[in-house]
Design a protein around this ligand. Structure first.
Ligand SMILES: C[S@@+](CC[C@H](N)C(=O)[O-])C[C@H]1O[C@@H](n2cnc3c(N)ncnc32)[C@H](O)[C@@H]1O
Length: 223
């Protein structure tokens, strides 16, 4: 996982000064980007999430975000999900360590699959997935979120975007090129395309929040 100069380093063994550096086998993976952006994202969530209910997190990654949000917003129940079994294991171990009563056991959820393995969520949150997945994942996210949200339920998406109304930041252009070099189906998404698709799924655009490092938080609500 990486974004916009915020590269994730996973724990591993390696050679340091010619000596073998051994780290604990079960170290939890850490995303430096998640550590950097979790407070700013929480500020938005505090405003836009419902007062109570269940929040579904899509593409939870290491689980750092969901633990941070759940500790800060204990009146909400949080359901972390991901498609990657290794990350699901990491989220599970992080949840055991955090002992938060309002975080459910992580579930496998692939946004490309339909229907999703749950019927309803009062809110859906997705951080830094759209650009590190094919465009079909954006389609799957919007279609799936629209299917599980109640009327007025929010979908909150965070990440880098191209905007129709202004030039793309050079850092996001470089990031886009590096993503496409790894996988041509990846790339920084056009916010206009995402909004058009969301509207077709019955998700009304509500708000755009400028975030640090040329990222955006985009809030939609089910009509
Ligand atoms: C850059 S990481 C972001 C993780 C976390 N949200 C964060 O910000 O630290 C991208 C995540 O998208 C997940 N992902 C990719 N394709 C997916 C799919 N089809 N369904 C669900 N999750 C997916 C990956 O497993 C990974 O956890």
């Amino acid at each position: 996982m990486e974004r916009n100069g915020e590269r994730r380093r996973t724990a591993s063994s390696g050679k340091a000064n010619g000596r073998l550096e051994v780290r604990p086998a079960r170290t939890l993976p850490q995303s430096p980007a998640a550590e950097r952006n979790k407070r700013a994202i929480l500020e938005v969530l505090e405003r836009v999430l419902p007062a109570s209910g269940e929040v579904l997190e899509i593409a939870s990654g290491t689980g750092q975000h969901v633990m941070h949000f759940a500790a800060a917003l204990p009146q909400l129940v949080w359901l972390p999900t991901d498609v990657d079994p290794q990350l699901l294991d990491a989220i599970s171990r992080r949840r055991d360590a955090a002992r938060l009563p309002n975080v459910d056991a992580p579930q496998r959820l692939d946004v490309l699959e339909s229907p999703w393995p749950l019927r309803r969520a009062d809110a859906v949150v997705c951080i830094n997935m759209l650009h590190i997945a094919p465009w079909t994942a954006t389609k799957g996210l919007l279609r799936g979120a629209a299917a599980v949200l109640p009327s007025r339920g929010p979908l909150v998406i965070y990440g880098p975007f191209r905007r129709p109304d202004r030039p793309t930041a050079p850092s996001n252009e470089a990031f886009d090129a590096s993503l496409k070099a790894k996988d041509p189906s990846w790339g920084v998404r056009d916010l206009g395309d995402v909004r058009a698709l969301a509207a077709g799924d019955g998700l009304r655009f509500e708000e755009l929040v400028e975030m640090p490092a040329n990222n955006l938080t985009v809030v939609f609500r089910k009509a």
